[in-house]
Design a protein around this ligand. Structure first.
Ligand code: RNT
Ligand code: ZN
Length: 385
């Protein structure tokens, strides 16, 4: 079917396809740098820790900043629409002038700023609380060892300054996401203490002044990690309460919930109580939270919830997955394009008519319309709905 034919069919449903494409072009997707090198970064000798894992040994892992940047350029060339760059602190570029995570400065990211500016991209940022010798007994910001806890508080503070530097340099707000891997493999004797220390650490990080219109600090929750199956300090309840209390931004990663819990169902509730929300779009498969995104039902449903709530400008959308078993560039591109396709698919829904069906309790009609839209525009449900 040609685009003209499809456009005419959608017009019968009251959907303007040209407009949908124009809007899609303006929605930034934050491109996670860590798919290119299996989440290793440039500040350590390899060895990913923190309850996350890449499996596979496909050739071509980016080993240097230049390799990662040129792989990203390939991704950009294969991806339409607007992108933002999403960096982890472990991707600092030192050029012989090494600084540990508690001593990071904006100058360690000048090359990334140049890269982003040349491509008209904003930059999002993540402190890296894993793959480091100061992660003690699987704990960072919640550690009972004051030296360890302080080290990571300093790291958080350094990152906040770097995030503000990114926003100032690019002129685009920076989303800075905090995720810690802290947890226990087996049932702990004290669930309260680590969470109390995590709360104190976050308060300390956020005590430095920063421009809240330029830096959006997010907190990402998680249900479990590998080796932290029984308890994670940054649970959903902890993060949701902390965020609400402090007026920062919640981040939901759809790989971080029980498999029967759907992030698509959470979005409306979160939007009602937060100005902005952030998402890590991924694909959970059994124990793994980070398979490459595909155009599956949940990805489409997440996109529909954003579009139906008219919240494209209130949701920070980022990808977050890592697969080392297939060509990394193709993994990257497939995931990002799948998010974009899901958004386009959502924008092609005759949402107003469907909400009316729901509100008039015409649920069978709604049900058949939903089924038939799956094959639209090839197969249409009647002339119009
Ligand atoms: C881990 C979290 C986190 C990381 C990245 C690398 O479970 O999803 O977002 O994937 O920060
Ligand atoms: Zn994530």
């Amino acid at each position: 079917m040609s685009y003209i034919e499809a456009k005419e069919k959608y017009a019968l449903l009251g959907v303007d396809t040209d407009k949908a494409i124009e809007i899609l072009k303006t929605v930034p997707i934050s491109l996670h740098c860590w798919q290119g090198d299996d989440v290793i970064g440039f500040d350590n000798d390899g060895g990913l820790t923190g309850g996350i894992q890449t499996t596979g040994n496909y050739i071509g892992r980016a080993r240097t900043p230049d390799e990662l940047m040129s792989d990203m350029d390939k991704v950009i060339s294969l991806t339409p629409g607007k992108l933002k760059l999403n960096l982890h602190a472990s991707y600092a570029i030192f050029d012989g002038d090494f600084a540990d995570r508690n001593k990071l400065e904006p100058k360690h990211f000048t090359k990334w700023v140049q890269f982003a500016k040349e491509r008209n991209m904003g930059i999002d940022f993540n402190p890296t609380f894993f793959s480091h010798s100061m992660v003690k007994d699987n704990l960072t910001l919640s550690s009972p060892d004051e030296t360890v806890r302080q080290f990571w508080v300093e790291h958080g503070k350094c990152c906040l300054k770097i995030a503000e530097y990114f926003a100032n340099e690019t002129g685009i707000p920076c989303v800075m996401n905090i995720w810690i891997p802290d947890g226990y493999k087996d049932v702990p004797a004290d669930r309260f203490g680590p969470r109390e220390r995590f709360k104190k650490s976050l308060d300390e990080i956020l005590s430095i002044s920063y421009d809240k219109s330029k830096v959006f600090v997010c907190l990402e929750s998680k249900v479990f990690g590998i080796g932290m199956e029984s308890y994670t300090v940054g649970s959903a309840e902890f993060c949701m309460n902390y965020v609400a209390n402090k007026g920062i931004t919640p981040l939901m990663d759809n790989g971080h919930y029980h498999p029967t819990e759907m992030v698509s169902d959470k979005i409306s509730s979160m939007l009602l109580f937060n100005n902005k929300i952030a998402l890590h779009i991924t694909r959970g498969v059994r124990w793994d939270s980070d398979h490459v995104v595909i155009l599956d039902d949940e990805t489409k449903e997440i996109a529909k919830e954003i579009v139906r709530a008219d919240a494209l400008d209130r949701v920070f959308i980022a990808t977050d997955y890592f697969d080392a078993s297939i060509n990394r560039i193709s993994a990257w591109v497939t995931g990002i394009r799948s998010v974009q396709k899901a958004l386009l698919y959502a924008m092609l829904e005759p949402s107003k008519a469907m909400k009316e069906m729901q509100n008039s309790n015409d649920l069978h009609r709604l049900w058949s319309c939903t089924r038939s839209l799956k094959q639209c525009p090839s197969v249409m449900y009647g002339k119009n709905i």
